[in-house]
Design a protein around this ligand. Structure first.
Ligand SMILES: [Zn+2]
Length: 610
């Protein structure tokens, strides 16, 4: 069992700081000024949405504000939290609805505001937030225990999310009603084992049981429940069995799952909702912390460094609802959407394409990643993720500062400097990605996926490590391949024309930079791989870590043209497979870029034949 370092003790540096700053300067940092459902929410006394949107946004905005030490953002977070706490009813009910509406209120928002209250209490040290959380959860317990409120819809599907705030409370208030509430939630909540057979074949029907965001959240249910109930010794890794079914029938080349917005099979042109990527990241962070299984950290990196940046614009003002692995255009479909239950503009980059959940929920992805870099262990500190950062903690009572200098994942090396206030023996453990080869970590003992430095820290101590990978193919269904290198999947980028759409719909204004964009292809996309000669090129890049204009890492590859049709009935979606693997012309040199840098791209492609 691991613990994350205390909130506030880790600060981002290097590219991660730049990324979070871009986020703060983009939509996340301004959502409360431009979007009615946050600006005028019922949570703070307004008339707009009073359910999941404000808590979703705060779940990212609060850590973002504190990670960046941004006084203005911290003041905004405080203003929202105080307005929410001020409106809490004397019996502890905290969600904005009338007493008559409580019976029919979907308590998913209760779980979500619970997460936010615990996060805020931890960052701010505000005792009022902790007390508000206590009385809110005790109120929820009373309602559920008496049967005055039942779990249904989202609350039933996402019951385990409440374990996060309950765990926070139970560590501070070890009272019997907390595990009692956890047990009610588990009993009334959806048992995903009873619905897993629905994941193996595509159904065009929208259901909670095949909903991609629910499924990415639910992978952690066993771990968070057993952690709270103190039964982690019985942990059976049910998540792995469920993951395997999902991956076999719905997995994508970038470690996510199709869902537009319910499970959509293995086709590389189907959509993946952005909320599901953000939740997959959070699930993997929690699972790695609670189980120590390296696979969750590897899966986290795959989602964080590929699928997440792919669906968000360079300036982080716009995002897609649905991303496609092979995405040759983001053009409004018109009469008939290509996606299952998502509309004909769900793949546009915009303020709230299709629906506003992702607008509010994607904010958590980068800040939570930054919060998950270090884990506290009995013998010292583990760097679970190699990311540029500064951490302050104590080891055996001695204050210690750990600074990580690295360009990872764009470069495969890192330097850790440990500064201790007094002599102390400690272990610094660095998790090495499972794909890494030729690991060099002088002075460390390498066991499995970990380099363990046994340090006698006295003043300043510096250690460094590096590792390698070779560009290689991974096979995909329908005899297609993807090129991988390090944690990245590489794509053939397509030159893009951005068509701006500024308009007002249902009282919500889209105005640059928070407008909608259609992305139209301006270069040929019908290619396949030719041979296995690849040249990796490290580049300086620009100010945007996952820049679509100047990627920091590219691979030169030989490609040949192939015959490839559009999906039937559409002129802006590539068919799942080419007409043939036969090359129709001579090889040309192409620069492939990380998937997350290519907004229009071909990723799953054939190995061409002569
Ligand atoms: Zn969403």
């Amino acid at each position: 069992m691991y613990h994350f370092l205390r909130a506030g003790s880790v600060k981002p540096a290097g590219w991660l700081y730049d990324q979070l700053k871009i986020q703060a300067d983009g939509l996340s940092g301004h959502l409360h000024t431009v979007w009615p459902d946050v600006r005028d929410s019922a949570w703070i006394g307004g008339s707009c949405e009073g359910w999941e949107r404000v808590p979703y946004w705060l779940d990212g905005f609060i850590p973002l504000a504190y990670l960046l030490d941004d006084a203005e953002m911290i003041a905004d977070a405080k203003r929202y939290m105080e307005a929410i706490i001020d409106r809490q009813k004397p019996d502890g009910w905290i969600c904005p609805c009338s007493e008559e509406e409580r019976k029919g209120y979907d308590v998913w928002a209760f779980f979500l505001i619970g997460k936010v209250l615990s996060l805020y209490a931890e960052f701010s040290g505000d005792v009022r937030a902790e007390k508000a959380l206590y009385s809110a959860m005790k109120c929820l317990y009373g309602f559920l225990a008496r049967g005055d409120v039942k779990l249904f819809d989202w609350g039933k599907s996402r019951w385990f999310e409440c374990m996060i705030p309950l765990d926070y409370l139970y560590e501070r208030y070890p009272e019997d009603w907390i595990p009692a509430l956890a047990k009610i939630l588990r009993e009334e909540g959806l048992d995903y084992h009873t619905v897993k057979e629905r994941w193996v074949r595509y159904s065009n029907r929208w259901t909670q049981e095949t909903h991609i965001v629910n499924l990415m959240m639910m992978l952690k249910y066993e771990a968070v429940t057993k952690k709270l109930l103190g039964t982690m010794a019985d942990y059976a890794d049910e998540a792995e069995e469920l993951w395997q079914i999902l991956e076999r029938y719905n997995g994508t080349a970038v470690g996510t799952f199709t869902g537009d917005e319910c499970l959509a099979g293995l086709n590389n042109n189907r959509g993946t909702e952005l909320c599901s990527v953000a939740e997959l990241m959070y699930t993997c962070e929690v699972l790695y912390a609670l189980t120590g299984e390296p696979k969750w950290a590897d899966r986290l990196e795959r989602a964080a460094f590929n699928a997440f940046p792919a669906a968000v614009s360079d300036d982080m003002w716009t995002h897609q609802y649905d991303q496609q692995v092979n995405q040759i255009a983001c053009r409004i479909f018109g009469s008939k959407s290509f996606f299952g239950s998502n509309n004909d503009e769900a793949h546009l980059f915009g303020l709230e394409p299709h629906f506003g959940c992702c607008t509010a929920n994607h904010n958590q992805a980068w800040p939570k990643l930054a919060m998950s870099i270090y884990l506290e262990r009995e013998s010292g500190v583990e760097a679970a993720l190699i990311l540029p950062s500064v951490a302050e903690t104590t080891v055996n009572g001695v204050p210690v500062t750990i600074t990580c200098k690295t360009g990872y994942p764009f470069r495969f090396d890192a330097e850790y400097t440990v500064v201790s206030a007094a002599p102390v023996d400690m272990e610094l453990t660095v998790r090495i990605p499972s794909w890494a080869s030729d690991v060099r970590a002088e002075g460390a003992e390498i066991t499995g996926n970990k380099a363990v430095y046994k340090l006698h820290a006295d003043g300043e101590t510096t250690v460094s490590l590096c590792f390698k990978d070779t560009p290689h193919f991974t096979e995909r269904p329908c005899d297609l391949s993807v090129l991988e290198y390090g944690p990245f999947v590489f794509s053939l980028p397509i030159d893009t024309e951005y068509v701006i759409h500024e308009y007002v719909r249902d009282g919500v204004e889209r105005k640059a930079p928070y407008c909608d964009y259609e992305l139209l292809p301006k270069s040929e996309w019908r290619y396949g791989f030719s041979g296995e000669t690849f040249t990796v090129k490290e580049k300086a890049g620009d100010a945007v870590p996952f820049s679509s204009k100047a990627p920091r890492l590219v691979i030169e590859a030989f490609m040949k043209p192939v015959d490839w049709d559009y999906a039937e009935g559409y002129d802006s979606v590539a068919d799942r497979t080419p007409v043939s693997h036969m090359a129709t012309g001579a090889a040309v040199t192409k620069e492939l870029v990380p998937y997350g840098c290519a907004k229009l791209r071909m990723t799953e492609m054939p190995k061409t034949e002569e």
